[in-house]
Design a protein around this ligand. Structure first.
Ligand SMILES: CC(C)(COP(=O)(O)OP(=O)(O)OC[C@H]1O[C@@H](n2cnc3c(N)ncnc32)[C@H](O)[C@@H]1OP(=O)(O)O)[C@@H](O)C(=O)NCCC(=O)NCCS
Length: 164
């Protein structure tokens, strides 16, 4: 089978994943538990990375995760997740979560994050991934900005290795 050399953003993106916040999802403050939301973001981003790469992937880093506003009991969380850029074996996945009040239609932006996943081959070594085709001006902007974030990540990795 011939290897796919490039894929569009929409081929792997998640646009309409929803999750209803029930009482067992709340923290002691009575709002949606951040760890629950982060775990969902990681799991769904993994799906996007594996769709794009067609390989098993692992989370390499989460370099930015911002909780912009709390979600409440009975809110519906909406997950929007897509590949921002793909390099040799790694991919930056952009995540946006909104909380919708399904009765009033009110919608607020609650989280933004960037996850990096690495595709692995059968020997658990980094595997090459298809390049990314941006299909809109917004996707092009994300594509360009991802390289700035990658430089910062690589610098951080270098720093951390000094403590090994
Ligand atoms: C991520 C991992 C596979 C990278 O392996 P490695 O031997 O360091 O691989 P390399 O140095 O050759 O780097 C491979 C790619 O990963 C990227 N990478 C490695 N560490 C990274 C990090 N901390 N953040 C972002 N990207 C990283 C490199 O930039 C490189 O990208 P490129 O091929 O697109 O240029 C390895 O560090 C690992 O297994 N980490 C643990 C993953 C894990 O357990 N996650 C939680 C459970 S899913």
């Amino acid at each position: 089978m011939s290897k796919v050399l490039s894929k569009t953003v929409s081929e792997s993106a998640i646009e309409g994943h929803v999750y209803k916040v029930f009482p067992n999802d709340l923290n002691a403050h009575g709002t949606a538990f951040g760890g629950m939301i982060m775990a969902k973001c990681d799991r769904l981003s993994l799906v996007v990375a594996e769709r794009h790469s067609s390989h098993v992937c692992v989370t390499a880093s989460v370099d930015s995760i911002h909780f912009m506003a709390p979600a409440k009991e009975n809110d519906t969380l909406l997950f929007k997740i897509s590949v921002n850029r793909a390099w040799s074996s790694s991919m930056e996945i952009g995540v946006k979560v909104e909380a919708e009040n399904s009765y009033t239609g009110e919608n607020k932006h609650i989280l933004s994050a960037y996850f990096t996943f690495v595709a692995l081959d059968k020997n658990n070594k980094p595997a090459s991934v298809p390049s990314l085709i941006a299909e809109s001006k917004l996707q092009e902007k994300r594509f360009q900005q991802a390289s700035i974030r990658r430089q910062a990540r690589l610098k951080t990795i270098e720093e951390l290795k000094k403590y090994e």
